[in-house]
Design a protein around this ligand. Structure first.
Ligand code: GRF
Length: 207
């Protein structure tokens, strides 16, 4: 049996990408990150991929006439590598049905709020502005909507007196970096079942 193959899509800093790479290196991910897809060739995440020896598909959206156009190229790269799972980690672009449909049930995203609260951009500042006392992180399947797919895992993060965007982001990122590799390992271990909007996670097999 070949190894479980993962593509990560990211646009920025790449702290979640790095956590996934580290988990791959220590064997806890259970699969191989075969490709980084990035729409910002200068982003720090690209350097992280190079250091880890991971192939990159880099593109500039302005070089294409439509989103569908570049997504068709991405789909070809994914197909060549037999990608099993797409992991969105701070990929700042909406996806079209060119990728969403063929990877339905095989594409996940991490979002820095407890969905369905605070969808879209700036979820952390939205939570601060609203004045909630508890926010968090959601890992979910990607469907055609904005942060609307079935929820796989959530973790709560308390908002503390005096928190600002920087302090809250830092605590959220720390939890994300623990949670995302763990969720990906549930996929590589075949423990996730999707039934309508409900996601079941089977217990780990004892060895
Ligand atoms: C994370 O906060 C994630 O929840 C959101 O984008 C951010 C990416 O951060 N989708 P990084 O690039 O992984 O550091």
């Amino acid at each position: 049996m070949g190894s479980y193959r993962i593509a990560v899509f990211a646009s920025g800093r790449g702290s979640n990408f790095q956590a996934l790479v580290d988990a791959m290196a220590n064997g806890s991910l259970g699969g191989e990150i075969s490709l980084l897809v990035c729409d910002k060739p200068q982003a720090p995440v690209v350097e992280r991929a190079r250091k880890a020896g991971i192939d990159c598909f880099l593109f500039q959206p302005k070089d294409y006439t439509s989103r569908e156009d570049y997504e068709r190229e991405i789909a070809a790269e994914l197909g060549k590598r037999g990608i099993d799972l797409i992991v969105l980690a701070g990929y700042m672009r909406l996806l079209t049905s060119v990728l969403v449909e063929p990877y339905s049930g095989r594409m996940i995203n991490i979002h820095p709020s407890l969905l369905p609260s605070f969808t879209g951009k700036d979820a952390i500042s939205q939570a601060l502005a609203y004045g909630v006392k508890m926010t968090g992180i959601t890992v979910h399947f990607v469907d055609g909507g904005m942060d609307t797919g079935p929820v796989i895992a959530q973790r709560a993060v308390e908002i503390l007196e005096g928190d600002d965007e920087a302090s809250l982001s830092e605590r959220i990122h720390t939890v994300e970096q623990q949670l995302y590799p763990e969720v990906v390992s549930w996929f590589t271990e075949g423990r996730i079942t999707l039934n309508g909007r409900n996601v079941a996670i089977a217990a780990p097999v004892k060895r």
